[in-house]
Design a protein around this ligand. Structure first.
Ligand code: MN
Ligand code: MN
Length: 291
């Protein structure tokens, strides 16, 4: 697969036209086939790109301009509606190509199950990897209504793949009792409710490690991000998530890739969710992509 076989009418602001000259690849995973509540995140990637045109290209958070990072926007992977297994296969193949080309993958969801094939592709290249997971939900279920391929299972699968002791969850405020019990028993790290303060404790311990970061937009309070399928009251502010991103930018971690998932634009007529998401993507590009 060539990168330009994916398609989209739009690209993220200031994207570089040539993948060969880029250090990062933005790609969309427009899938919402397994969500347990409200669908619509398949439209997240396209709308995040569209509203990115309203962003400043300069970041006062890190005093950098988007011209200082070269990234290519490959558009959305053309996933087949209603077929999770084949969609996941296509995502894994796409990310494998990105990694073979030595580019930093920055994925936009889509429901959170899209991160599972990304984890597999990343683990193929980085067997020593850790995962930072920022979310309202534990996503530690073994299955949902008998279905192991669900947007509520990707972190459980990650624990099985890379070892629970390499998985670090932040901001978690929802899940079954069994999921919280698993978090305790398995040896994974889970910070309930908060993100910034626990990150300050964990980041020094992860110094020098290869770390993949997956961010579910519903870690934000619904007041800051109503445009998501499974909104959960009691979340963090958009300012706190920006602080978390900057903390990671300034840490000694080697960030190997990332995704931002579960933006469902139709539930937010104010567009604040997707506007916030596009700003998070800008800060990630400026802070996490290494040349
Ligand atoms: Mn999630
Ligand atoms: Mn969630």
């Amino acid at each position: 697969m060539r990168f330009d076989e994916a398609y989209s009418g739009n690209v993220f602001i200031n994207s570089h036209p040539l993948v060969e000259e880029s250090d990062a690849v933005i790609y969309g995973m427009p899938m919402d086939w397994t969500v347990s509540f409200r669908p619509g995140s398949r439209f997240g990637p396209a709308r995040i790109r569209e509203v990115s045109l309203g962003l400043e290209e300069y970041s006062p958070y890190v005093d950098r301009h988007l011209d200082e990072v070269k990234y290519y926007d490959a558009g959305d992977i053309p996933l087949p509606f209603g077929n999770p297994a084949r969609s996941l296969q296509m995502i894994e193949e796409f990310v494998t190509k990105v990694l073979q080309a030595n580019k930093f993958p920055l994925g936009l969801g889509g429901e959170h199950l899209v991160s599972w094939p990304v984890f597999k592709a990343m683990y193929n290249k980085y067997q020593d990897m850790a995962i930072i997971h920022i979310d309202a939900h534990a996503d530690l279920r073994e299955e949902y209504e008998g279905e192991p391929l669900s947007h509520s299972t990707p972190i459980r699968k990650a624990c099985e793949l890379i070892g629970a002791e390499n998985v670090y969850s932040f901001g978690i405020r929802s899940g079954m009792k069994e999921e919280f019990q698993f978090a305790k028993d398995s040896g994974m790290y889970m910070a309930k409710f908060d993100v910034v303060e626990p990150l300050k404790e964990v980041l020094p311990k992860l110094a020098g490690r290869n770390v993949y970061v997956t961010i579910d937009i519903d870690v934000l309070d619904p007041a800051h991000a109503p445009g998501t399928g499974t909104a959960e009251a009691g979340g963090i502010t958009s300012k706190e998530l920006l602080n978390a991103i900057t903390l990671i930018s300034n840490s000694k971690l080697n960030i190997i890739g990332t995704d931002l998932v579960e933006v469902a634009p139709a539930y937010d007529p104010t567009e604040q969710t997707q506007i916030a998401a596009s700003k998070f993507v800008r800060e990630i590009l400026l802070g996490w992509v290494k040349k």
